[in-house]
Design a protein around this ligand. Structure first.
Ligand code: SF4
Ligand code: FES
Length: 338
């Protein structure tokens, strides 16, 4: 197919043109805003990711121009490619919102709601999803799966109880390190990340497992319990690193660098993976060339206290009421500022 061929797709009534082979999720990401389905297991930088968590379900109300029949079931938008003339519903479909509620309820069957003591709080996609779609109580009557925490080397801790089995960390080990020595063992309710993960930590890129983990199952031991992330100040910095790009975000409290992470985009994905030396061993300001404050694009607790967020986000047609509410809130905060 010629490279300049574009498929016309509409997502929640917003038209967009994308190349053949683009997934519905990525087509929605070219529009941005609230029409983008949430994604807990898909990660654009990890080949083969997606198709595990079902949070990205959408309704295809028109298959294509040639075959306008709707798809019989909701589909995973991260794994379904667009067709010319396709019409997709995400937040405009009550069926999708109901299904997403069910998916969140299932993810929370075993996941503890320990956000107040979890280091991922503020940056956790499951936390945001449970605020948006979660139920106040659980209908689950059985005993939940619990695991002991495991220190996998001196820098990373695995708390399997919080794992949602998205496979992202397995793919990091597969695709970023020369030899994968951990994976998901068992199936169904016996599935768990293997303790052989202890060996993966020897690799210079193993720290990226922390960044890709969408929940608090893999945490940075050098940062654990040091601070809540929304009290820290993210700053962009770089260094001349022989192993990775050296482009990072430093998270400051006062003059102290509490942690170093990859730079994350709107969808919480690392722009470039970084090495363990940058992440764990360079915690002095003198190690870095400071570029300036990092703008946190995600709408979550993490963006609290970062006043560059006061500008209202771009207007998305489908959610004008929410935009109005946000605008009022921004105006109120702006009036309070000196
Ligand atoms: S530990 Fe985190 S990244 Fe790995 S499978 Fe579990 S939730 Fe996903
Ligand atoms: S993001 Fe599509 S199934 Fe997980």
């Amino acid at each position: 197919m010629a490279e300049d061929v574009k498929f016309k797709v509409s997502i929640d009534g917003i038209p967009v043109e994308v190349s053949p082979g683009t997934t519905i999720l990525n087509a929605a990401r070219t529009i941005g805003g609230d029409v983008v389905p949430p994604a807990m297991c898909y990660y654009s930088k990890l080949e083969g990711s997606g198709g595990k968590c079902r949070t990205c379900l959408v309704k295809v109300s028109k298959g294509s121009e040639k075959d306008p029949r709707p798809m019989p079931k909701l589909v995973a938008s991260c794994r379904t490619t667009v067709m010319d003339g396709m019409e997709v519903q995400n937040i405009t479909s009550p069926e999708v919102l109901e299904a997403r509620k069910g998916v969140v309820e299932m993810l929370l069957i075993n996941h503890p709601l320990d956000c107040p003591i979890c280091d991922q709080a503020g940056e956790c996609h499951l936390q945001d999803l449970s605020y948006e779609h979660g139920l106040a109580d659980t209908r689950y009557e059985f005993e939940r799966r619990t695991f002991e925490k495991i220190d996998i080397g001196d820098k990373i801790q695995l708390h399997m109880t919080r794992c949602i089995l998205c496979y992202r960390c397995v793919m990091v080990a597969d695709q970023l390190t020369p030899q994968r020595v951990h994976g998901v063992l068992g199936r169904g309710d016996a599935a768990e990340i293997s303790t052989y993960i202890t060996k993966a930590v020897a690799n210079e890129f193993s720290g990226n497992m922390i960044d890709v983990c969408p929940v608090g199952a893999l945490t940075d031991r050098t940062f654990r319990f040091k601070n809540r992330v929304w009290f820290t100040k993210p700053v962009e910095a770089h260094r001349d690193c022989p192993t990775c790009s050296g482009k990072v975000t430093l998270w400051y409290k006062g003059e102290e660098v509490l942690r170093v992470t990859a730079r994350k985009d709107t969808y919480g994905e690392a722009e470039e993976f970084i090495c363990n030396t940058c992440r764990f061993d360079k915690k002095a300001t003198a190690d870095w060339v400071i570029e300036g404050p990092r703008s946190v694009k995600r709408t979550s607790v993490i963006s609290a206290n970062h006043y560059e967020q006061l500008n209202p986000p771009p207007v998305v047609k489908t959610n004008l009421a929410l935009q109005e509410a946000n605008k009022e809130q921004f105006d109120r905060v702006e009036r309070l500022l000196p």
